[in-house]
Ligand binder design. Structure first.
Ligand code: ADP
Ligand code: MG
Length: 248
């Protein structure tokens, strides 16, 4: 006779935490309902896989650093009539553009919902298993500069490859300083055809000369960003301002 008392320990050793929690109630049900053994085993395996997936999604969501509450369900499309809602919903629901390493560029003045929209699309992608990181471009540039000073820029850039989507929020806030913009350019060149970027910007391309060190670098950066990209422009009044006025 096998020693079933050891089962919890064996499952622990195998790191099958969910099966360890569920095997007993399911065993009772299996006996009552005369399940064949393979059905019992398959059901336990499905629960283990599902629990792992949920755990992974939760971890990915936490790592993405998205602002809370900025979902598509809370985005008021009537305030941004230039937006094609179906197209935006598709960017959140359909991961093909991410798998194809395409980019998404969101333009518009301050307060019109660029960050909200980027986060909303990211929430949808994360639910579909995509790893995302949202960061202010200035903070990321500082991090990359520090990495370069410590001679580990290539490794830091390579580490970011684990995020299939990197959101560079407010690219235009980067100061025009040669060292800074150089790492930003290196990041864009590194991601080119290797991972997706979502970029939000207050300024149109014609003003990006204020971001990069010289025109050649500006053109090269824009070329790489737009090569496989969806461009969204939000033309509306600042949501903050409108709502501030309505609340008065
Ligand atoms: P931007 O990044 O373009 O400066 P944000 O995304 O930060 O603007 O939006 C400013 C604030 O207004 C946020 O709290 C955001 O949730 C809200 N907001 C902007 N546009 C909309 C919208 N169309 N529907 C709902 N909330 C919006
Ligand atoms: Mg913003």
């Amino acid at each position: 006779m096998h020693d079933f008392a050891k089962l919890p320990l064996l499952l622990k050793e195998l790191r099958l935490a969910t099966i360890r929690n569920l095997w007993e109630p399911f065993a009772r049900q299996a006996l009552e309902e005369n399940w064949p053994p393979d059905r019992y085993l398959a059901i336990l395996c499905e629960h283990e896989i599902d629990a792992r997936l949920q755990k992974k999604l939760k971890r990915n969501l936490k790592q993405a650093q998205l602002p809370a509450g900025k979902a598509l369900s809370t985005f008021d499309f009537s305030h941004a009539p230039t937006l094609n809602k179906a197209k935006i919903q598709d960017l959140a629901d359909n991961t093909a553009w991410v798998n194809n390493k395409e980019n998404l560029l969101i333009f518009g003045p301050s307060g019109v919902g660029k960050t909200h929209l980027a986060a909303a699309i990211a929430y949808g992608l994360i639910e579909r298993g995509i790893r995302v990181l949202l960061t202010s471009t200035t903070a990321l540039v500082q991090k990359l500069q520090a990495a370069r000073q410590q001679l580990c820029l290539p490794q830091t850039l390579a580490k970011m490859d684990s995020y299939q989507v990197l959101i560079l929020d407010d690219i235009g806030y980067v100061r025009k300083d040669e060292a800074e913009t150089h790492v930003l350019f290196e990041l864009i060149a590194h991601r080119y055809e290797s991972g997706s970027l979502i970029v939000t910007a207050n300024q149109p391309f014609s003003e990006w000369d204020s971001i990069f060190a010289d025109t050649t670098m500006t053109v090269a950066a824009i070329d790489r960003l737009v090569h496989h990209a969806t461009i969204i422009e939000i033309v509306s009044e600042s949501y903050r301002r409108t709502h501030c006025r309505h609340n008065k």
